[in-house]
Design a protein around this ligand. Sequence first.
Ligand SMILES: [Zn+2]
Length: 330
Amino acid sequence: MRAVTLLFHDVYLTDPSESGFRSSAADRYKLSLAAFDAQLGALAAVREDAPLLVSDLVDRGRGRDRRDSTQRSQRSGDRKEAALASLRSLRLAPRRPSPALRSGPREAHPFIITFDDGGVSYYTLAADRLERRGWRGHCFVSTDFIGTPGFLDAAQIRELDARGHVIGSHSASHPTRFSACAFERMVEEWSRSRRVLEDLLGRAVQVASVPGGYFSAAVARAAAEAGITSLFTSEPITTISQQSACALIGRYTIRRGDASDLARRFVVPSSWARSTAWTAWNAKGLIKPLLGPSYIHLADWLCWLRRNAEGAEVGLPRRSAEGAKAGRSS
Ligand SMILES: [Zn+2]
C-alpha cells in the first residue's frame, strides 16, 4: 500500500502568529491564506478523487469492502460511525483518475492531507476550504496547548471531529527533539495526549504524528506501547510500513515559499518533486549531525536548490538563526 501524504501546518490571514507556535522556526511552515488556496486549487486540478482518511487506509490494507464496513457500523447501532462511513464512501468516488492523471505514465497513488500542531487556523480557515471540495483532513494536536492563544479549543476539536475530520495526537507538550527523549517520556507523551483527546471526543484515538519530524525506532515502539496504531512521520516516502504494531506513514512537507503548486507536483504519478524531497531529506540526515548550528544555512541553501529545481520563482536563500527544528517539519 502506498499513499502520498501532504503535511501542512498553520494558515494565516495577515500574520503567522495568528495560529500555532510563535517562533521564527515555526513560521517557516506557515502558509498565507492565498498560498494555501493556491496549493489546494492546484491539487484539485489534477485530482477528482478525495483524499483518503487513515481509516480508509486500514480498510484498504485489510482488503475490506467499504460497503461491508458501512453495514457493520449500522449493525452496531453506532449511527454516527455509519453516517461517516457512508460519507467517506461518497467522498472517495469516483476512484478513476482525472484526465490529467490518465495522461501520465502511471496511475497516481491515493493522497492524504494532514496538518500538524493543532493551530486554530485548522478550524478558522483550513477545514472549510477542504470541505468545500468535499474533502476532509487529519488534524494532529499537541494537547498541552488546547485552548491556549493560537490553538484549537475543546469545542472546536469536537466540532471538527463531528464534521468528519480525523483528530490525532501530536504528542502532549511537543518536545523540541522528540527522539532524544527517554523512552518512558515518549510513552508518557503519547499516552497523556491520547487520554486528553479520548476524554474530549468520547472515543478511541489511535492515530498520531511525530512532532518535529524527529522519528526513531524507539519513537514508534513508544507510540505502539501507548496504543497508537497509525503514526505519521515526516520522511518523504509513499510506502506504508509496519513497525511495533504501528503503521508508519511518510509525508511530504509544504513550507512557506515553496512553489505555489507543490502539492500538485507531489501527487502526480512519477513525481520529480517527490524524488527531490527524498534526496534532500536523506542528505540532511547525513549532514545535519556534522554541522550542528551551521546546518541551518545549508538547509536554506537546499530549499533554494529544491525550489529552483521545481521551477519556482524565488529569491536568494534566506539567512536565518532559527533553531534545531530547521529543515524538519514541526
Ligand atoms: Zn509540530
